[in-house]
Design a protein around this ligand. Structure first.
Ligand SMILES: *Cc1c(COP(=O)(O)O)cnc(C)c1O
Length: 451
């Protein structure tokens, strides 16, 4: 059987297999890799997930992409090793549940993708006898998840850039207290600056001698594992073939694209609600067909979603037959009517986010942090347009409230319990470098670190 091919959303680079897409992150034409054709799961296969542990669901979904690339027994072992924590589905009322993706080692959903990626990349590099530098920009949680996942993986060095004033203390400590092969760099700038510097480094001919890869959600290797929990939740909540509503707190839209991938593979989905904070470029685009990225991105309490131009939109536009380049320019409009049928998007202000944390706590004794609260509110907003009609709905909680103790305490009057993994990290000494937001300085830094 020939391996599945991945094409660039910009259409200018040759198609590659999963391994190549994985190792280079961004396509040479600066587009994002996406499967040429989605492998399909039958409704029987999906229904069978209901009684399987998460790592087995992950294996069955991901093995559709890894034929001819990774032996099945190796993939199964990687899935078991990566997914050794709980995925609670907390019933709130009727068939509405909150899926907590915050039980991994860095207490955010980013652990799901980072842990899979680190293990696959480590294996590929070992097979090739090569070394690689993984370069990542983070708005708070990616850096921690990637740093933990890749910590002490042979052949890999990790450099994480984070905006100095935009991450919480717990978020910061979860990435700055590791050492060995992990370096963190505080940038005097915004997340957008960090992301722009990373993107520029990838296409800089003067850095060609440094093998770089990305662990940002531009890497297809991060996206595919994020489709698994949609299958997992739906198989446990829905009758076979019954569609589910998902509400996803969205920044770069990597998580939300996991739901789109699951649907493309055959999962029955009624609606995907892409819930965003004040960075409302997408809901405006969905309503008007006119895309205008937000520069600079707006700060908000859901800080991991402070993204003015979600990089994964290029993939979403591609699914609906359009083309958007990496700058956000649309060369061909997607099928907007179909997008509006499948997706809903709502922007939730900080005030509404805080009100939601309070309301959900008072009404259900359910503790959400700001990202999950944006998803909850987006789900309520959607229901003003369309009835749920008794279908199952899954609201994603993407971080543990303990990552934001000050904010939670301010909002509902007490601080959340801290999971043991976090307590340990927070007590270790921090070690990080500091740079301005100028690309040239960062480039010198990379050259120096490589020498
Ligand atoms: C990264 C992150 C998001 C946004 O995910 P995207 O894939 O960038 O849309 C939401 N919540 C939390 C807690 C995150 O860390």
């Amino acid at each position: 059987m020939s391996a599945l091919l991945f094409r660039s959303t910009n259409g200018q680079s040759p198609a590659v297999n999963l391994r190549e897409a994985f190792l280079c992150g961004q396509a040479p034409d600066r587009g994002l890799y996406f499967p040429e054709k989605f492998p399909a799961l039958t409704q029987d296969e999906i229904a069978a997930f209901a009684s399987l542990p998460y790592h087995e669901v992950a294996f069955r979904v991901l093995s559709k992409y890894t034929d001819g690339i990774i032996p099945a027994d190796v993939l199964a072992a990687i899935c078991r090793d990566a997914y050794n924590f709980d995925i609670p589905l907390e019933k709130v009322y009727d068939r509405v549940v909150v899926m907590r993706l915050d039980q991994g080692p860095t207490a955010s959903f980013k652990d799901f993708a980072a842990r899979m990626m680190a293990r696959l990349m480590g294996r590929f590099l070992h097979e090739d006898g090569k070394q690689l530098t993984v370069l990542t920009a983070t708005s708070g949680d990616t850096g921690a998840a990637v740093a933990h996942a890749f910590h002490n993986v042979p052949g890999i060095r990790v450099i994480v850039l984070f905006p100095i004033d935009e991450v919480s203390m717990s978020q910061r400590k979860l990435m700055t207290t590791l050492s060995e092969n992990v370096r963190t760099v505080a940038i005097d700038g915004k997340f957008d600056d960090c992301q722009a510097m990373v993107k520029r480094a990838f296409s800089d001919p003067a850095l060609k001698h440094i093998p770089l890869s990305s662990a940002n959600s531009i890497n297809i290797g991060r996206l595919l594992p994020q489709s698994v929990y949609y299958f997992y939740a739906a198989s446990r909540l829905a009758k076979p073939g019954e569609p589910v509503v998902f509400s996803v707190p969205s920044g770069n839209f990597g998580d939300m694209m996991g739901a789109v991938v699951a649907r493309q593979m055959g999962l029955p989905v009624k609606k995907i609600v892409a819930s965003v904070n004040d960075n409302d470029a997408f809901p405006k685009f969905l309503a008007s067909g006119h895309y205008e990225k937000i520069v600079p991105s707006r700060n908000s309490v859901s800080n991991a979603m402070n993204v003015g131009h979600p990089s994964n939109l290029a993939r979403l536009v591609a699914v609906y037959g359009g083309r958007m380049d990496e700058t956000g320019r649309i060369h061909q409009q997607p099928d907007l009517a179909a997008m509006r049928r499948d997706l809903f998007s709502s922007s939730v202000s900080d005030q509404r986010t805080r009100e939601t944390i309070r309301e959900v706590w008072n009404k259900y004794e359910l503790l959400l942090e700001a990202h999950g609260a944006v998803a909850w509110r987006g789900f309520l907003d959607w229901q003003e347009h369309e009835p749920l009609n008794g279908l199952p709905a899954v609201i994603l909680e993407t971080a543990n409230p303990a990552k934001f103790p000050e904010e939670i305490e301010k909002t509902i009057g007490f601080a959340p319990d801290v999971p043991p993994a976090m307590t340990a990290a927070i007590q270790l000494p921090e070690d990080f470098d500091r740079l301005g937001a100028e690309y040239e300085k960062f480039k010198q830094y990379l050259i120096q670190k490589h020498a």
